[in-house]
Design a protein around this ligand. Sequence first.
Ligand code: ZN
Length: 172
Amino acid sequence: MLCNDVRTRIDAGEPLDADLLSHLTSCSSCGQEFAFLTALRASTPTPSPELRTRVLAGRPRHFRSFAIAAAILLAAALGFVGGHFARPAPEVKVVPVQTARTPTEEEDRRQLSVIGYGLKGLYHNAVEVSFNGNQVTHIQATNELERRNPTCPVLKEARKFSERRPDLIAWR
Ligand SMILES: [Zn+2]
């Protein structure tokens, strides 16, 4: 399968079948572009009760990032790219754990990557995402994109994040 076919099929909202999935896992450029799809596919539809408890309790630090990432991915899947998935939507809410502490630079970078991959997967060239290897280094989104997609959870997350880190996400 060619990269163009993959893009066309994903844009058309076709389900992730074995052909698509095998291309996404073997082609690094498509794998990167559609990382949010493979991440969703890999995540179990219902988190284990134990994981859920730990996420909600907000104990270890990395679970906080996980919860934010999971919330973005789930929100994106349920509210926005639902057509990409044959599976029925899971009836689980992953609640991001809020803490008063300011996130570390590393956590911000990780969240930037999640948002960057999400936006790239949803809006392709309508958003400028700069990469250094697999890491997202900067995002430039447009107010116009936000106006046209007022309910998009990934754009909302990007807006919220950019208020704290205008050096990492810019709007024009
Ligand atoms: Zn490809």
